[in-house]
Design a protein. Sequence first.
Length: 311
Amino acid sequence: MAGLNIGAQPFVKWPGTKSQHIHILTQALPANFAEIPNVTYIEPFVGGGALLFHMLQTYPNIRRAVINDNNLDLIRAYNTVRDRAKELVAELKKIQKEFLPLDEEERHEYFNEMRDEFNARLSDGLRHSALFIFLNKTSNANYRTNSEGKFNGAYNHLQYPVICDERTIYADSKLLKRVIITCDDYEKTYSEACGNTFFFLDPPYRPTGKRHHNADFNDKEQIRLKKFCDLLSYRHFQWMLTNSDGKCQDPDDTFMEQLYSNYTVDRIWSRQAIVAKPEKREKLSELLVRNFQQEILSLRDVNCRQLSLAF
């Protein structure tokens, strides 16, 4: 029986978060997932980790978990939360105590100073991770870099930003003690798979229209990822993948559907969360791909079925 959420959740905001999709993704798991013994759970593109924290709290049969991302700043923060939570909380409280009493002009100046320190990359791992979290909580971009790889998000002018979420950090740290954390190309996670392994893959999405995306993860990379999924299937590892739906911008764009045509492809709906103003957010569809059969709802479209999410 699935357990109740006990408080762990993403400690940073992240582009493409799966927080709004948790219910649908849980429905989409293999029907007997909770009964599979000694599961190894792997996320090759962990990002903010919304599904990770849900899975670790909901399924005690997950005895081993592996997360990976090629973003070194993000992975450093995961390691710091796991291994140095108490020190991290103290550092974030110090920053919060310095920042909150300032007026708007002083806050803006403080933010720019912290951004410069972060981009200089001279701080130790603890301080760097604290700056990473501070910038994530107070900027207008969850994580965005320029051509030189420097964070370039601007100050967001929030009145009461939560810089030190002590409860979340400690709850996450406890769960992450069970997790192997790596920073590498996603293909390297294959070596961690054994026995009853389940992969959840949430890669940089293929761009559709003006959608936020990683320009380096082009169609050639999408094809390489599909071959990786084929390898997992060949080894009888179950997996689930999310990606953009080209049809939401161009009715003739069936690239992703054709690429994964030999697997189960569903369509899920979400509201884009990258745009700052709610009235400008678009209702977009995404694709959910699996290498196993599992009915989620009674759906009519036999080629690419549709799942609606309430807003």
